[in-house]
Design a protein around this ligand. Structure first.
Ligand code: SF4
Length: 184
């Protein structure tokens, strides 16, 4: 159904903050998202986002392009089928990246990973909606975009990939998942 291609880049956090992070703009996008205040990995936060970035010196970025086969790419499908194909492909790659990054954290003392999008660990839904603490605080990680990072700019400038926006009723040619590891 799909194949994947991996891209990597490394950038000093100070440079990333200067050119790729715009907390106020991206916070506005988050406020319009149903995950706002509903998932612990998403805003609003009880900490200063810029200070969070500044605790680290270097950012390793990983992007995985999920490219659909010819029979699927850009083709029309009923919305439920698009949803099913999207979930089946993105969720699997996202889970693999999450485990890989948690593993890499163990090898780099003081590092912390940035997840590819919001947390989807709990099948039953996030506890934040019930105002209960996160079930897996040791595994929950913030995403680049939730900390104000411009993912589209990041992958186009640093990895040469353009984001493809979804067209209603059609499966895109590809999705791109972006995550990373912050080093002290
Ligand atoms: S691990 Fe579960 S409770 Fe914690 S942020 Fe993720 S979905 Fe929510």
């Amino acid at each position: 159904m799909y194949s994947t291609k991996r891209f990597e880049a490394t950038i000093p956090v100070a440079e990333y903050l200067e050119h790729y992070v715009d907390v106020n703009t991206f916070l506005e996008c988050c406020r319009a998202c149903p995950n706002y205040n509903a998932i612990w990995s998403c805003p609003s936060y009880d900490f200063d986002v810029i200070e969070y970035w500044r605790k680290y010196k270097t950012l390793d970025l990983i992007a995985v392009k999920i490219m659909f086969d010819e029979a699927y790419a850009g083709k029309e499908f009923p919305e439920e089928e698009i949803q099913r194909i999207t979930e089946a492909s993105v969720k699997k790659v996202k889970q693999e990246l999450s485990e890989e990054l948690l593993d890499r954290e163990q090898k780099v003392p003081g590092s912390i990973s940035l997840s590819a999008g919001s947390c989807i660990r709990c099948e039953s839904g996030c506890t934040r909606r019930e105002k209960e603490p996160c079930r897996f605080p040791d595994k929950m990680r913030y995403s680049i975009e939730s900390l104000g990072g411009n993912v589209g700019l990041t992958i186009s400038k640093l990895m040469g990939i353009e984001l493809e926006w979804m067209e209603s009723g059609k499966l895109p040619h590809y999705f791109v998942l972006v995550c990373g590891l912050l080093h002290p």
